[in-house]
Design a protein around this ligand. Structure first.
Ligand code: MLT
Length: 312
């Protein structure tokens, strides 16, 4: 009968490669987090996970592609806070976050850093605010497209500083950071999972971290509160999604494998080195993930509207 078949299929799952879609460029923070957990998840699932970067439009192209994929458990999306900001930023989004996907579980919540090319004149966050106000039409602010976490943090910065800057969009903050190190762009707000190495190497200047407490692995970088911009607080939560209609047993198998990956000492150590940590096991569940997304959709719709930004 049907149930026997579906159980059998979930029982046999996976019996082919699983694609994890990253909606930003290779080498960026989303890609880094995905590749960290893919290995232990594949081991637990007893299958192979292939990471595929599907760039464009601040992560909405990749998310839309997964929303339209077969609901068979062989296409999984890694996405972050951008899943909760896109509806307020895009008039015609190819998916509805709460209806087009099944949630698998939360993964990690990553601090952000405000970083600049190393010879950029402002020395502190306050100097940066003063400088960008006086040079608004000259300063360039990099991000990974409208709807990216870097875009949201840049929006919060501009609102806090009371200024509108020229934004330079990239397909991910991997390539954006390369240009920042090369001095092609002035500054950016990006996740510690991408910027930690360059900050520690002195290749970029770090003004602040966007979390209430300092990041242990970046002890010399002040918080935005210490640096005088207490409202500039945001951290980038990540979750795994599959297309709506994916069998429950398959979602459960993926969620179990995610929990195993988040308890893997190598993952814990890698995340700690990059300024973040796995979520607790009770958050790596479909229910916790859905609750987080529901709350975040409301939160950012209000912040974006209050910032005077309209969907386009
Ligand atoms: C972003 O939202 O800024 C992305 O995380 C950038 C990336 O992962 O490349």
């Amino acid at each position: 009968g049907g149930s026997a078949t579906s159980t059998a299929s979930a029982g046999g799952y996976p019996d082919q490669n699983i694609t994890f879609v990253v909606p930003f460029s290779a080498g960026g923070p989303t890609d880094t987090v995905t590749r960290m957990i893919a290995e232990p998840m594949a081991a637990k699932l007893g299958g192979k996970i292939v990471v595929q970067n599907v760039e464009g439009a601040g992560g909405t192209v990749g998310a839309g592609q997964v929303a339209r994929a077969q609901p068979d458990g062989y296409t999984v999306l890694m996405h972050h806070i951008g899943m909760s900001t896109a509806p307020a930023l895009y008039k015609s989004l190819g998916y509805k976050p709460l209806e087009s996907f099944e949630m698998v579980g939360l993964v990690t919540e990553v601090p952000m850093t405000i970083v600049a090319r190393k010879d950029f004149q402002p020395a502190t966050l306050q100097d940066l605010v003063t400088y960008v106000k006086a040079n608004a039409n000259k300063v360039t602010l990099a991000n990974a497209g409208i709807g990216a976490a870097s875009h949201l943090c840049g929006l919060l910065f501009q609102t806090a500083a009371g200024v509108k800057l020229q934004e330079v969009p990239y397909e991910g903050t991997g390539p954006a950071l390369t240009d920042l190190v090369g001095g092609q762009v002035d500054f950016m707000c990006d996740q510690t999972t991408n910027t930690s190495g360059q900050i520690t190497a002195g290749e970029v200047k770090a003004y602040a971290v966007t979390t209430p407490e300092r990041v242990k692995s970046l002890p010399d970088v002040p918080t935005t509160t210490e640096a005088g911009l207490p409202k500039l607080q945001v951290s980038v939560w990540h979750g795994l999604y599959v297309p709506v209609g994916t069998p429950k047993e398959v979602v459960q198998k993926l969620s179990e494998a995610l929990k195993v990956a988040l308890a893997d000492q190598k993952v814990i150590d890698q995340m700690a080195k990059l300024g973040t940590a796995p979520v607790p096991p009770e958050s790596a569940t479909p229910e916790a993930h859905r609750a987080k997304l529901q709350e975040q959709l409301g939160t950012w719709a209000k912040v974006i509207a209050d910032a005077g930004v309209k969907a386009s």
